[in-house]
Design a protein. Structure first.
Length: 163
């Protein structure tokens, strides 16, 4: 009887550890220089669209770090789902919080760039990384509460039997 209690306790202890979703990273590396709506011999303000595949449907927090020597990022739009917070730009970083991706088709990121003063070239390159953090869904918390309710019911039943 004591062995059963120890085994049951060990199983419950092992089951109590959280299983978090792994963060995913998508590298942004352009091996070729990108023409960014060039006009004549100078780089004009313009935009570029990047498309991504491989993410499953779900809610994600997306953080993006971009860098370029010749272009600063003016604004961005992430499509393929909905976000409660539009991407913000601070020090070359973009963020989209609670991005609800449907999982159907790729999502795309539209970047609007503004050339830096004094740059006379017609092309630029950029690199960066998209870090995608999975957000726990409400069903996860529902399962947690259901499990706690079952443990409470078993404890109450044991207390009634002992009395």
């Amino acid at each position: 009887m004591k062995l059963k209690s120890i085994v049951a306790g060990a199983v419950l202890a092992a089951a109590s550890f959280g299983a978090m979703a792994d963060d995913q990273s998508i590298a942004l590396n352009t091996t070729n220089l990108i023409t960014f709506d060039s006009v004549g011999t100078t780089l004009a303000d313009g935009d570029d669209v990047l498309s991504f595949t491989g993410l499953g449907a779900g809610v994600y927090n997306i953080y993006i770090t971009l860098s370029s020597q010749n272009v600063k990022w003016g604004s961005s739009v992430l499509s393929g789902g909905s976000s409660s917070v539009v991407g913000t730009i601070s020090g070359g970083k973009l963020q989209f919080l609670d991005f609800d991706y449907t999982g159907s088709g790729p999502f795309s990121l539209s970047l609007v760039g503004i050339k830096t003063p004094g740059y006379t070239g017609t092309k630029f390159g950029y690199s960066g990384e998209i870090s995608v953090s999975a957000v726990p869904e409400p069903a996860t918390y529902g399962m947690l509460l259901g499990g706690l309710a079952l443990v409470g019911a078993v404890a109450r039943r044991k207390a009634k039997k002992a009395a």
